[in-house]
Write a protein that binds this ligand. Structure first.
Ligand code: PRP
Length: 205
């Protein structure tokens, strides 16, 4: 038996579709249920940012989560496989028609990813104040809360519709299969079999 934490939303749907191809059967959560049991699997539906917590504490043996979340939280897990789904970018953005002035003594950057943000600007020796928000990041520079943002871009629609431009791309992200270190040892055969199967269908495209 293996417990798998999936991030609510599109990545969960695409992951379950992969499992359907691998193991045959209906991998569908009932209505508002957060647990799905199917043969050897127990799937759980959690917030994307919470996947590492479930995996680190072994409430889940493995998880599927974006590289951006792994980088932000610096979690101690086994990073097994890039699934190539949930592709997005972490970018620096600011209002169109304005230049983000790196010389400013205290550049204010709104983000839900303060760790990635601080690390990125520290490497460039740019002094910033990071403002931690939980969502609607794009709003911050429009109303004077910040000079710029560090946020996720998928289609680019949210930034475009809010008159923001991408100044720099910090990293490309996609969803990874991760495993708890003890689970990887205890359930090695099962996890490696899953890894092999996933790798095979990903290679098939
Ligand atoms: C992310 C991100 C942007 C949006 C980008 O938020 O913070 O707001 O998606 O997507 P787009 O480039 O396709 O427009 P998300 O919807 O994940 O919600 P959250 O703020 O609750 O994390």
């Amino acid at each position: 038996m293996i417990k798998i934490a999936l991030p609510k939303g599109r990545i969960a749907q695409e992951s379950l579709a992969l499992f359907e191809r691998l193991y045959e059967g209906n991998f569908v959560f009932d209505d508002r249920k957060l647990i799905l049991e199917h043969k050897d699997f127990t799937f759980m539906l959690v917030r994307s940012q919470d996947v590492p917590t479930y995996v680190v504490h072994q409430a889940a043996d493995v998880g599927i989560v974006g590289l951006d979340v792994i980088e932000e939280q610096q979690v101690n897990v086994v990073r097994l496989l890039n699934l190539g789904i949930g592709k997005c970018k972490v970018v620096v953005g600011s209002p169109k028609g304005k230049i983000l002035d790196y010389q400013k003594p205290q550049l204010k950057i709104a983000t839900k990813m303060p760790h990635i943000t601080r690390k990125y600007f520290a490497n460039k020796a740019v002094s910033i104040e990071s403002l931690k928000l939980y969502g609607s990041i794009e709003l911050a520079p429009l109303v004077g809360l910040s000079d710029g943002i560090v946020d996720i871009v998928e289609t680019g629609n949210t930034m475009a519709q809010n008159n923001l431009k991408i100044d720099e791309v910090i990293m490309e992200s996609s969803a990874y299969l991760i495993a708890n270190r003890n689970s990887f040892y205890e359930k090695k055969e099962f996890i490696l079999a899953l890894y092999d199967k996933l790798k095979e269908i990903l290679n098939q495209g």
